[in-house]
Design a protein around this ligand. Sequence first.
Ligand code: DGJ
Length: 731
Amino acid sequence: MPVSYYEKERVFKLDTPHSTYLIGIVDVEGFLGHIYYGRRIPDRDMGYLMRPREHRVPSEKNRERLSFYDGLPTEYPGHGIGDLRESCLCVETPEGYRACGLTYRDHKIYGGKPKLEGLPATYGEADDCTTLELAAEDKVLGLTVRLYYTAFETLDAICRSVRVENTTGKPIKLTRVLSACLDMDNQNFDLLTLHGNWALERMISRKKLGWGKQGVSSLRGISSHQEQPFMALAEHSATQSQGQVYAMNFVYSGNFLGQVEMNQQESLRMVMGIHPTDFCWNLAAGEAFQAPEVVLVYSSAGIDGMTHTFHDLYRNHLIRGPYQNRARPSLVNNWEATYFQFDTQKLLDIGREAAAAGIEMLVLDDGWFGKRNSDNSSLGDWVVNEEKLPGGLKYLVDTLNSMGLRFGLWIEPEMVSPDSDLYRAHPDYALQIPGREPTQSREQLVLDISRKEVRDCVYDQIHKVLSSANVEYVKWDMNRALTDVYSLALAPEAQGELYHRFVLGVYELQERLLRDFPNLLLENCSSGGGRFDPGMLYYSPHIWASDNTDAIDRLKIQEGTALVYPLSSMGAHVAACPSHTNGRVTPFETRGHVALPGCFGYELDLTRLTPEEKAMIPGQLEDYRKYGPVFRTGDYYRLASYSENHEYDALMAVSKDKRLAVIDYVQVMSRYRGKSIRVRLNGLDENLYYRCSETGEVHSGAGWMFGGVPLPKLNGDFLSRLIVLEAVEAE
Ligand code: DGJ
């Protein structure tokens, strides 16, 4: 059991393979203090780390109570009674009181992990993990708050969530419920976050932690292109392979706040949860609110250590379904090939080329329904456009199936076009504020997915379409941020619940889809990579990483994505050239190598390729079959980063048995070099011998790791090479 309670010390100890987390019940009034999180230690009696005597324990006269509250490292801070750092919980009573402070009540420790009702979350059985359920209370309010901590047996991850139970006997309003808090001393930390934009998502940012509050957030209703629900504190000296890193990632797909605060004492408070702005939740007596989960990862092996834990946790304890451990089919998506201008004939032409080349699936993107011949109409009218697709989906899919191709379909269920039958019949289904014209984006409005009748109306239509043919894959898109967030179905005092209810509605719909079509492969997407978050990964094993399909920009996007998310979760395609995003021309081979580590596919008109390009496809598919499993299941290493060196990029994946390693190398900008670049490898077995596909030489894992592999000298920009190291018997 990695979780224990020590009665004498009144300490909870959570151990993962390389980390320890200690929680103390503080003598004074039973506050839940945070003692320690870091490298694994055998000790439990470490309560001195909370500096309990230095925070001026309240005397009988009560004169220094504030200083005690404000200085104590706390597990889950309440509000308004003296801890003046960021609070995690705010509760409003009918009288307008807004204070709360939590003390220990009781606890349970058990194997496995409880499900979070209606929410995505990591999962595990009794032999994978152990959960500590700490019940705390505000004695004045009579409120119960349960703090959940699940420690994994083989991973340095602790998953936390919070449940607030209204045991006060009166209605209350929650105006803030964050999901995790970590108090500690500053250790000369840098703050690591992922920032971006449409078509340039998840750029890595690393900067020195400063005074005051800093962090990441979204108020767009989705996790967003702009900021990821991820942040990490890395020791300033930490590198890819050395140093301590503390990370948080939010398993949620809506508004979030991730914040680190450095106060006057150089104490840090790191918090994450649903953004309190525009949030409230009304709880009648006896009701409960479950806040989403935060994954906490500790690494004493640098950034790679953190990355590996996230990848393994998400691959084995978050992603579900029949494709969890299966190769995803290679596919061709028609978006950049045709946009809205296609018909059955055109799709069959593309399908024929795809089947001949050995591609496994065709995904039909936007434009197959209603009168949608551009992005200005028909969202909400999920009826096949038989002018484009005579004989409906059935004829198209049957014909593709007879060629040996599987079929996938694009949908955007959360949206409605003002020019649609749905909107004309039910204008009230869209989010809108009475008396104010709702703001359009891409000429579309957002449906009030918090309402069951709205979800049912859209879902029933989509269910019918998916049942009409052999659809094995769905790409679920979402192309705008939420605005005009008001529901005609909610009482005025409950409008603050709407952002969260919207996200819960999306989760309910996706769960319904997976339940009704259990063999379906779901891909999430939001105007490219605007909803690439762990919440979505619970429903779809992969997510479209970005609308930017230029191979060179993709190096940066995929590098940032892979900092947290497994390569297997990234949709990556060989796309049309010149790039539709930035006009760059790159070789077909390089586009293949850059897409290879992800969920591989093509996003171009196969009928318009040159014979040379066409001839390369079978080889690329063979690489995907051969090396896809290493990228999908192995350990990922960032060997050289184009975003840092501005010249070349090299990533590496090593199989878990360490017998196969693949290096994906791109020379972005060519320059004269008198000598070759050498990169030191990582993750090999020092004692095994490996043959290098590039040089044919055999050396020990130690030799390749400490001596390095010479990268081939390539003559030109945007060129690439796949270098494979396979274990051989020693010579
Ligand atoms: C945005 C997606 O990211 C694209 O791949 C494509 O599906 C379009 N939407 C379709 O409207």
